[in-house]
Design a binder for this molecule. Structure first.
Ligand code: URA
Length: 438
């Protein structure tokens, strides 16, 4: 993208402050100049606040995203002989879906480059989970990514520093200026990194509920619509599922515990909700990739997805057969009374797992791979007084008290028989074809 005019940061800030729609040239200039250090942090902070208060139109948001993509390198996947498709989740407690989904969709014939991050706060990061597998390596060069995509069809690795550097700078600034919670800024931040991956299509899993960024359905729909519009305007076939995150996904929350659960799913078992969401997202991805005649349930059941997982892990120097780390201390939380488990709060369980050592408070912190929470009962299950409800896993027994405290009020047992929470709450699709070739 050529940046033509020279603008003044103050003029751009004033225009947005006064509710004007920014022009393409203004957006291209301000993002480029900020990336190069010519627009100061305090000026960008003022502009981010003006955007948070005044909003941006879909066209402005799409251009803002394209300018952030243009601030760095883009992965070129032209040589890959399979259709390329990715999934992005806005993050939730126990969300290990990338682990079974990536090799499953690869086994169905697509190429899935999952450039992922590490976890911060109460939701885990995919790289942290996979790093609990002995030998597994997160860092791959662009050539290694392309080779593995062409051969295995599945790569989960660390995003390179060169992708969307404007976003990295702006996200850090938003974090300390109270400007994270702007839907156009969240959507452009997520999509700039995904578009820079060079894929042809993308499926978004927008989480909604206590354990998610978006707490209610209206907000989640607004974010999903913004994400789908940006993808479509930037040439990607894009759709979104909005899925429940008021309850942890599956039973395992924590790195090695989640890998073990993902392997169960890949071996044809695993919790019902993890299987349901994996298949729903796989169908969505396969439709975009032109592979809707392949049935992912069959590929999961007959072992092809598990074989694909083993190849994916070995291709990154991991040993899929090696024992996973196990925690030195395990304590249980028992049911205080008999009845039906009516509620198990995702946020409370996420905080408990984080306090046990599964997550990090600062970017520099290490995670404990074996730490986390196993949910032995899920909402709708009958429980009797004294029965174990949750297992707390950690190598540091001094963290147990804090984890128990996070769980106070996080579950509820009632006399009612039926508790039903649908997992897939809505689907958002583009209302037009993607703009130009992706
Ligand atoms: N995740 C991102 O990548 N960016 C945001 O702004 C929020 C969540």
């Amino acid at each position: 993208m050529e940046v033509v005019a020279v603008h003044s940061a103050v003029d751009v800030i004033r225009a947005k402050r006064d509710g004007q729609v920014l022009g393409d040239a203004q957006i291209d200039w301000v993002i480029d100049a900020y990336t190069r250090g010519q627009v100061a942090d305090e000026q960008m902070a003022a502009l981010a606040m003006a955007v948070l208060l005044r909003g941006m139109t879909p066209a402005e948001t799409a251009r803002w995203t394209a300018a952030m993509v243009a601030s760095g390198e883009t992965l070129v996947l032209d040589g890959v002989r399979r259709p390329t498709v990715d999934k992005h989740s806005t993050g939730g407690v126990g969300d290990k879906i990338t682990l079974p989904l990536t090799p499953l969709v690869a086994a169905c014939g697509a190429a899935v480059p999952q450039l992922s991050g590490r976890g911060l706060g109460h939701t885990g990061g995919t790289l942290d989970k996979l790093e609990s597998i002995p030998g597994w390596r997160a860092r791959l060069s662009p050539d290694e990514i392309r080779d593995r995509l062409d051969d295995v069809g599945a790569v989960v690795c660390a995003a390179t520093e060169g992708l969307a550097p404007a976003d990295r700078k702006l996200y850090a600034l938003r974090d300390v200026t109270g400007t994270v919670e702007s839907i156009p800024l969240i959507a452009s931040s997520i999509m700039s990194k995904k578009i820079a991956e060079g894929v042809q299509s993308l499926v978004l899993d927008v989480k909604c509920g206590s354990g998610a960024f978006m707490k209610d359905l209206d907000q989640a729909r607004e974010l999903a619509t913004a994400l789908v519009e940006i993808g479509t305007a930037n040439g990607l076939r894009t759709s979104a599922l909005i899925t429940d995150m008021s309850v942890p996904l599956g039973r395992a929350v924590g790195n090695a515990l989640e890998v073990a659960e993902a392997v169960e799913v890949l071996r044809g078992g695993g919790p019902r909700d993890v299987v349901e969401l994996t298949l729903a997202l796989a169908r969505e991805m396969l439709e975009h990739a032109g592979l809707s005649d392949v049935d992912p349930a069959e590929v999961l059941a007959d072992g092809r997805a598990y074989d694909s997982w083993c190849r994916m892990i070995r291709a990154q120097d991991g040993d899929p057969e090696a024992a996973l780390p196990r925690a030195e201390h395990v304590e249980v939380v028992t049911a205080p009374e008999t009845g039906t488990l009516a509620r198990l709060d995702a946020y409370g369980v996420g905080i408990a797992a984080w306090r046990l050592g599964a997550g990090r408070a600062r970017k520099e912190d290490d995670v404990q791979h074996a730490a986390g929470v196993l949910c032995l009962a899920k909402p709708g299950d009958r429980v009797t007084a004294g029965q174990p409800l949750l297992e707390l896993h950690t190598d540091r027994p001094e963290t147990i008290a804090g984890a128990r405290e996070a769980l106070v009020g996080a579950y509820e047992i009632s006399g009612a028989d039926e508790v039903s929470t649908p997992l897939i709450l809505d689907r958002v699709v583009a209302n037009r074809a993607p703009a130009g070739p992706p």
